[in-house]
Design a protein around this ligand. Sequence first.
Ligand code: IPD
Ligand code: CA
Ligand code: CA
Length: 256
Amino acid sequence: MLEQLKALAKEAGKIFLEAVSAEVTAKEGVGNFVTDYDIRVQELIYSRLKQIHPDAVLMGEEDEDHTADLSGDCFIVDPLDGTQNFINGYRHSAVSIGMTRAGEPVLGVVYNPYMDELFWAEKGKGAYCNGKPIHTSAAPLSESVLLFGCSSYNREQTELTFRLLRQLFDQALDLRSSGSAALDLCYVASGRVNLFFEYQLSPWDYCAGSLILTEAGGFASQWNGGKLDLEQGGSVLAAGPNAYAAALQTACAVLA
Ligand code: IPD
Ligand code: CA
Ligand code: CA
């Protein structure tokens, strides 16, 4: 099944490269858009997943109803993570397909067609990028570069996000913001940066990426240390093993 998911993520991602002019429609919130490509790519992924694993439940960003029964096997799909980048020609977006079994992520693939980089992980079998094993950095927070997302669609989160950003930045080396949470998690997994956080994300943003991260040796939780929520979504704090504890302590202090 993993091989089929890898081929599917690549096939779907290639559609981004062919995009000419996307039809953009506003969704709820500030700067939250969907394009005809998001919909087309999800339709392709769903039709293939129904053949690959007919008994699995599907949950995807472009569904009308986001409630899914996670008691069996469930695919959690973001057909195009990084829509704002895609619309602006920023060339940093990804296809993200995760599979949960009894509520736990067991397979994850994230494909960035612009770099032709395919990240994947299977529970208990490590994490890979284009066939090579990947590992998180061993750096402490004081030697880390940070990535963050600011949950821009929902501006009620802004204050907390920037408070945590300031506090972590003061303890770290530098920061970045990329516009694709799925790739952010893969970048922490591959040691390109050592910490990622965002206050409000959805299960399709992090289902696959969080497995890739933990299989690469990293840690991921909500800001309060709770388990990532694959039903409702929530906050994400992800880091390499020697930066995570200090980051979590800082996040808890910001929430208090
Ligand atoms: C978004 C991206 C972005 C993050 C947003 C997400 P979308 O997903 O992952 O990096 O900051 O919170 O919603 O809408 O491009 O699929
Ligand atoms: Ca997304
Ligand atoms: Ca999306």
